[in-house]
Design a binder for this molecule. Structure first.
Ligand SMILES: Nc1ncnc2c1ncn2[C@@H]1O[C@H](COP(=O)(O)OP(=O)(O)O)[C@@H](O)[C@H]1O
Ligand SMILES: [Mg+2]
Length: 332
């Protein structure tokens, strides 16, 4: 293969900006191990400007070119990696831009990204396809809060979630009316819709689902072990003081359960027409019921993230995976 120019674009200025930069550093390391490619790093900074790794202003141009305002160099791009958690990547916007540029890219298309990032649309689709997920209702504004109150009355403990956020931002555990109102008010400031979901007591499992040698494969489930009475909040995910442990191979799952998790993961990958990679998260209730919690179309790749580790514990290194996706999709 002639040397190919690979755009690694990250940041985005959203609530998960910093996490995106950490994931991008991991991807950059993996790109460095691949021969015949030249990575071009671009960060969409919080003020909306685009800068490269030298702090120079750059611009993506129609047709899939990268223009450097300082050096006046115009690079033809052959493949793009939209390394974003949240907008404008997991939400599908940048993929629409790449589609218009006819620039191939890593990960799911605009529609799949948008459907999976919005927690309400994900659940409506899961229900329609009979994929088990937690009971829920959703509201569009505070005027509908009585719907949420009725749901809380019935379930006693619920999770309130801003529809279009990740990393547990805008996600609250709620047990009474006062907490409900406060949580819904906060969540509505972050997203146009709010999901209210039955709280599940049990285990939290995650699976890497990815394309390998032309097939969709799943890793063995990993497990998140949060302290008692806590959940996998932003602090538990990213703070040095986190008390949460992660396990690459969840123990004690029967072969029937493993098969069920694998079948649901693959069904969801195919239902949403995902591409290349995803992490599918589950709850396993105390009475062994499995519920799909969410689908991440661009899973975290920070040092504590499960996605690349679960892939690797199944024998596929992330750089090997990335290399094969690039080689099979790069434009000439
Ligand atoms: N229905 C639920 N029952 C129990 N725990 C939940 C439920 N929903 C969310 N959680 C907890 O909150 C965390 C964040 O929720 P999640 O839906 O995964 O949002 P995010 O996209 O921000 O990761 C989960 O990892 C889990 O610890
Ligand atoms: Mg989650």
């Amino acid at each position: 293969m002639d040397s190919k120019n690979i755009l690694l674009i990250c940041g985005g200025g959203g609530t998960e900006h910093e996490i995106s930069l950490t994931s991008a550093a991991f991807i950059q390391e993996s790109l460095n191990k691949i021969s015949s490619i030249r990575p071009y790093y671009v960060e969409i900074s919080k003020d909306g400007s685009r800068v490269n790794d030298k702090g120079e202003q750059v611009e993506l141009r129609k047709g899939g070119f990268l223009y450097n305002h300082q050096t006046e160099e115009l690079i033809t791009l052959h493949f793009a990696i939209p390394c974003f958690h949240g907008p404008p990547g997991e939400t599908g916007e940048i993929q629409s831009v790449f589609e218009m540029m006819k620039l191939p890219y890593l990960g799911s298309g605009p529609e799949a990204s948008m459907l999976c990032f919005n927690k309400v649309s994900t659940k409506l689709w899961l229900d329609a396809a009979c994929i088990p997920n937690t009971p829920f209702c959703f509201i569009k504004d505070l005027e509908e809060i009585s719907k949420a109150s009725e749901f809380l009355d019935k379930e006693k403990e619920v999770f309130v979630k801003a529809s279009s956020q990740g990393s547990s931002i805008g996600c609250f555990k709620v047990v009474n009316e006062a907490e409900l109102k406060e949580a819904v008010t906060k969540a509505l400031k972050l997203s146009p819709y709010v999901l209210i979901e039955k709280s599940i007591k049990g285990r939290e499992l995650e699976v890497s689902v990815f394309e390998h040698n032309g097939k969709v494969v799943t890793s063995h489930p990993g497990e998140i072990l949060c302290p008692e009475n806590d959940f996998y909040s932003y602090e538990e995910k990213y703070s040095d003081k986190s008390h949460t442990d992660t396990v690459m191979k969840a123990e004690g799952l029967s072969s029937e359960l493993l098969e069920e998790i694998q079948a649901i993961s693959i069904k969801a990958f195919s239902l949403f027409k995902l591409s290349h990679l995803s992490r599918v998260d589950f709850f396993l209730s105390e009475n062994k019921e499995i519920y799909l919690n969410e689908i991440n179309t661009f899973p975290g790749m920070t040092p504590i993230s499960m996605f690349p580790k679960m892939m690797e514990s199944g024998g596929v290194s992330f750089s090997e995976f990335l290399e094969s996706i690039i080689k099979n999709n790069v434009r000439s």
